[in-house]
Design a protein around this ligand. Structure first.
Ligand SMILES: Nc1nc2c(ncn2[C@@H]2O[C@H](COP(=O)(O)OP(=O)(O)OP(=O)(O)O)[C@@H](O)[C@H]2O)c(=O)[nH]1
Ligand SMILES: [Mg+2]
Ligand SMILES: [Zn+2]
Length: 324
């Protein structure tokens, strides 16, 4: 029998046979058949698993017929269509599997608080490209920043950079309800995931889509101007209009998983598009003469901000390797 992991809480998992919503508890017993990844967690929300029912009384040694609940045991994780992974810490080789088999990731950002971090956004997008996950950028808290004219050029610049590359952008407000109908429509019949820094409003958006869920939210800390890491579990929720949303804890830093130096630019779609014209192959697009990527940056066809993110990722990778 197969079911989807909808929540993981330390020792056990909650499974449901989607699109049915009847979660039940399951555990891992014995050895799972695993791939050779370095993931710290073998199973994530969104994973489809093979499980079996074990008679609880038989395993506990008690006499049968006592009305004990069935015990479900996860035997195997099915191959993943895609997944989101991040490196646990900078110097560890292990990866943390965030979720699997996602139809759309919504990367939630805002021009209100917490402060927007382009490098964080670019790291996240690179990971989505590397693991084959479609991503939409959701700009939340429009009700707040729309009143501030000085912000408008930044917002327009941001939208222009990312939409030119091909990333869909949606401006919403969990508070005023702006954009919620479109979002609701997009979530139908799908498994989607909301990610982003703490306090950007992930749980608030899920609540705005389906108020019955009543997820916990918390205001931005006045002392640190950051979110309070209110959501602590990766958890899937069914929404009344159909579809399933995975709410996630806010991400502090996003360590990139290992990649080859020459490979990184493949995850910047706008670089991938021009790099065939680089004089040297492979080209790291840093110092090589006749580099088409650097030419595109000089001519304004590739945003400098994106190239800076690329450069920072390469640098960090070198440091990481040197420390090994
Ligand atoms: N004005 C305004 N405030 C919002 C909006 N969306 C969320 N907020 C506020 O932002 C704060 C953080 O919202 P949460 O939904 O808890 O944020 P989160 O991204 O789930 O945070 P973590 O669970 O910590 O990762 C709360 O005080 C919300 O009321 C919005 O569209 N407009
Ligand atoms: Mg939350
Ligand atoms: Zn180049």
């Amino acid at each position: 029998m197969k079911a989807t992991v909808v929540k993981h809480t330390g020792s056990h998992y909650l499974l449901s046979r989607l699109p049915e919503w009847e979660p039940f508890m399951a555990v891992v017993r014995g050895k799972l058949r695993l791939d050779k990844s370095d993931n710290t967690n073998p199973i994530a929300v969104g994973d489809i698993v093979e499980y079996e029912e074990v008679n609880a009384s038989a395993t506990s040694g008690a006499k049968s017929g006592g009305g004990e609940p069935s015990l479900y045991v996860i035997k195997e994780v099915m191959p993943r269509r895609n997944c989101i992974v991040r490196k646990s810490t900078n110097l560890s080789k292990q990866n943390h599997l965030i979720a699997a088999n996602i139809d759309m990731v919504y990367l939630v950002v805002t021009f209100a608080l917490p402060e927007i971090k382009p490098q964080f956004i670019d790291r996240f997008l690179v990971t989505c490209e590397a693991y084959n996950v479609p991503v939409t950028i959701l700009i939340n808290k429009c009700d707040l920043y729309e009143q501030i004219p000085e912000l408008q050029p930044f917002v327009e610049d941001f939208k222009s950079i990312y939409s030119k590359i091909g990333y869909p952008i949606l401006e919403v407000s969990a508070k005023s309800g702006m954009g919620m109908e479109i979002l609701k429509e997009q979530c139908k019949e799908r498994v989607v995931l909301f990610s982003g820094q703490s306090g950007v409003g992930k749980s608030s958006i899920v609540n705005a889509i389906d108020p019955r869920l009543n997820l916990k939210t918390a205001s931005i800390s006045k002392a640190h101007l950051q979110g309070k890491h209110t959501t602590t579990f990766y958890e899937m929720h069914p929404i009344s209009s159909g579809g399933f949303i995975i709410d996630t804890p806010g991400i502090r830093g996003f360590g990139l998983v290992n990649f080859e130096k020459e490979e990184l630019s493949n995850y910047f779609p706008e670089m991938l598009e021009v790099e065939d014209d680089c004089k040297f192959a492979p080209c790291t697009h840093t110092h090589e003469p006749g580099c088409a990527v650097r030419r595109a940056v000089e001519e304004g066809r590739i945003a400098e901000q994106r190239y800076n993110s690329y450069f920072a990722m390469l640098e960090e990778d070198s440091k990481y390797r040197a420390a090994q």
